[in-house]
Design a protein around this ligand. Sequence first.
Ligand code: F6P
Length: 538
Amino acid sequence: MTDLAAAWTQLEAAAQAARARRIADLFKTEPDRLDRLSVEAPELLLDLSKQPWSLAEAKIALALARAGGIEAARERQFAGEAVNPSEDRAALHMALRAPKGAAFQAKGQPVSAEIDATREGMAALAAAVRSGEKRGATGQAFKAIVHIGIGGSDFGPRLVWEALRPLSPQIELRFAANVDPADMALALDGLDPASTLVVVVSKTFTTQETIANALVARAWLRAALGQAGDAHLLAVSAAPDVAQAFGVPADQIFGFRDWVGGRYSVWSAVGLSCVIALGAEAFEAFLAGGRAMDDHFRAAPLEANAPVLLALAHIFNRDGLGRPTRAVVPYAQRLRLLPNFLQQLEMESNGKQVDIHGRPVARATAAAVFGDAGTNVQHAFFQLMHQGADIIPLDIIAVAEAAEGEPSNQTKLLANAIAQAEALMVGKPESEVRAELAGQGMDAAAIDVLAPQKTFHGDRPSSFILLQRLTPGALGALIALYEHKTFVEGALWEINSFDQWGVELGKTLATRILGELEGGPRGAHDPSTERLVSRLKA
Ligand code: F6P
């Protein structure tokens, strides 16, 4: 048995002990639990003390991380080695948020000078648009941007904008991702082409949805402005020649390299719309927050390393206790898109059952992630979180100081965040419910029926992440925390976190069926598919 296999066996055995014990009781037997399972990382406090592991079991999880060679894997990634072997690529998004003048290399090739130049180019463009120096085809200043992209070319910028957008932005930023025609119709509605920039973001510049939407936007610009409308097109792509062939002026195309994975690309030129709409200074602060988390990830010992511990807590639940889902609830309206972002980050990265050597993975990998903003979700899926048949670990993200709005509402929001974590863990025993009902004068037979229904078994785990304020830096640190967490999990599962072969089959079949819906030759299908094609054929 390898060291890693033995460490997995130990973790799985250790987790069994957690089933026979309550999390809340661990605070009584482990007086230093809170300190030992809390980390002050850049821009945030991470509290993992409400997770089901004892201190001894957390140590076993750390031994797993060591046996899995996490430190060496991390250094290989930062050194720009091909940690994405199925595509023979580095995964070097950290280079995008490095200080200017850094010396990152991807597979031995220097990359930092090019990154710095792109960042400067984006900042110059943003300044020119914001000052009105750069104007549209009819001389109007730009008032709006329509950002077109999907997946990694959408989730990150959309999250950044929602999190950081000013209340009355100088430049309105809208997003269109879905090929559903309603999405573009809504994005363009009410905008004046003469004062609108269209930013088309696609690493490949071949993605069906993005190209379809870019064609709609280009036609919309040309209908109002003629061929001069193309001057309102910007592109961000790792295939700049394809973007140019589409009609985007060469000096309005911003590049990034194939070692930037889509779901890790928000730090690259993919963030261009945000650079323009928020200003380059805010975007630089966002990068600096991510960088601070990189430094922490590289320097902090594993037992005080926030991404490592967050990953291990997840693994303890997923592999040790067999929990297939996880909820993520930001108690911050501005972070309501974080769960969507994490769905791609975690599930596209680690939703795999074959390892990096082509062998079946011996255990469960990424959990299904879902969530939305608190307190809204308390009125949606929290009934199940508290009393449902499955135990669903929860990440709570809270922000201490509100940036806007009524301060007393912020206090209520925080009270709810804290209370839910406590309620999930502590629960409400049947004895207490019975005493309460008896106190209200209920008869014994009625209590027998009602008390079990009002009982909360508790012992439901959560991680608590607390930001002081939702600054660009804090947002950067939060996203980088989850990126590194995802990397650690992938490394321990020995899977490639940076490819996504699982999205290909659906794309191929959609292309084939599109041909059939448009009147092309019919292919062979199962009877259900066949009937749907027949019914929806033009
Ligand atoms: O969803 C599949 C995917 O390939 C993602 O990995 C990627 O983020 C997205 O499509 C968009 O790809 P592109 O940026 O090339 O348009």
